[in-house]
Design a protein around this ligand. Structure first.
Ligand code: IPM
Ligand code: MG
Length: 369
């Protein structure tokens, strides 16, 4: 069997140091499970801008197209604040999403038992929480045209972003949510603002049709996005799977992440449609950003990046046992009381990025023994 091609784009800020720890886990599977990847590393974001004058070089884009999966760090930082928008670090990520047509963004909000008390909500509201947000990722207001700032005759300005959705874009996102619901929870909540937005009206209509025609076995509900934001804080465990558009998904997934006690813990998967051979473009990245304020100090939490690699094994290669092994190792590290600064609690042991990586490898060794 040919080795799977992994493209590693560590990016900016804490991206590289977190990716470094995840690569130690990749290497562990090579040594212990003869799971070999051909790994190629390249630049993205500000790091690419500094070298190539663009946040994603054409050669890198080609590698992304050719890869079986992409492990991504994070992009952005104040250093590139003055850079024009089409060259900004974030634009490298947005271009990857668009070019590879990574329309389905899976963002789990899982509460690890050892961290339930770190949530800003009462422990009983969040313990055992395990939500999956499916965010549409290549449409809506992020990409709709026109998108511009123009100058009016009186010298003042006018800014436009366009929220656009087609039946096809909504339907394929809904199917990802319903398919996943058949594996976990059997329950989907579709979220939009159909009370004020035409895209919301169409969203609700298409999701309802797909449900009626193809997934009548799934328990489907609808909720307005503002109500969903409120319900996530009031009673988060009512949700299993939330399916929503690009912008609402961006915001609700940050909110859901915070329920878990630390955004530093959460991975994500961005998936395209499988081709005729069943090969599916996919990018895996932590939900946290580049955290420039703590970059380079060796104190960042690498667990979201490591858990992103677990998602990669599960969703790109169907290696569920291997994914569970990583997730269990992470859980045990937390149970043993090890914490990076972002999830530090009284009485626990504060460790560095590298020591957290060491601990995960040690737990993998113990689990494999
Ligand atoms: C995310 C981020 C991105 C987004 C930024 C970096 C463009 O916030 O992945 O949620 O808004 O999609
Ligand atoms: Mg975001």
């Amino acid at each position: 069997m040919n080795n799977k091609k992994l493209l590693v784009l560590a990016g900016d800020g804490i991206g590289p140091e977190c990716v470094q720890q995840a690569l130690r886990v990749v290497d562990w599977f090579g040594r212990n499970r003869s799971l070999a990847f051909d790994i190629e590393e390249d630049l993205v974001g500000g790091a690419a801008y500094d070298v190539h004058g663009t946040s994603l070089a054409d050669t890198t884009m080609q590698k992304a197209v050719d890869a079986d999966a992409i492990l991504f760090g994070s992009v952005g930082g104040p250093k590139w604040d003055g850079v024009p928008r089409d060259l900004r670090p974030e634009n490298g990520l947005l271009r990857l999403r668009k070019r590879l047509d990574l329309f389905a963004n899976l963002r789990p909000a899982t509460v690890f038992p050892a961290l339930a008390e770190a949530s800003s909500l009462k422990t009983e509201l969040v313990s055992g929480l395990d939500i999956m947000i499916i965010r549409e990722l290549t449409g809506g207001v992020y990409f709709g045209e026109p998108k511009e700032i123009t100058t009016l005759p009186d010298g003042s300005k006018r800014a436009v972003d366009s929220q656009i959705y087609t039946t096809r874009e909504i339907a394929r996102t809904a199917r990802v949510a319903f398919d996943l619901a058949r594996q976990r929870g059997n329950k989907v909540c579709s979220v939009e603002k159909s009370n004020v937005m035409e895209t919301g009206v169409l969203w609700r209509e298409v999701v309802s049709e797909i449900h009626r025609d193809e997934y009548p076995d799934i328990n489907l509900s609808h909720m307005l996005a503002d109500a969903c934001a409120m319900q996530l804080l009031r009673a988060p465990k009512q949700f299993e799977i939330i399916v929503t558009d690009n912008l609402f998904g961006d915001m609700l997934s940050d909110e859901a992440a915070m329920l878990t006690g630390s955004i530093g813990m959460l991975p994500s998967a961005s998936l395209g449609a499988p081709d005729a051979q069943g090969r599916r473009p996919a990018l895996y990245e932590p939900c946290h950003g580049s955290a420039p304020d703590i970059a380079g100090q060796g104190i960042a939490n690498p667990l979201a990046e490591i858990l992103s690699f677990a998602m990669l094994l599960r969703y790109s290669f169907d290696l569920v046992g291997e994914a569970v092994l990583i997730e269990t190792a992470v859980e045990r590290v937390l149970d043993a009381g090890l914490r990076t600064g972002d999830i530090m609690q009284p009485g626990k042991t504060k460790v560095s990025t590298g020591a957290m990586g060491d601990a995960v490898l040690a737990q993998l060794d113990a689990l494999a023994a």
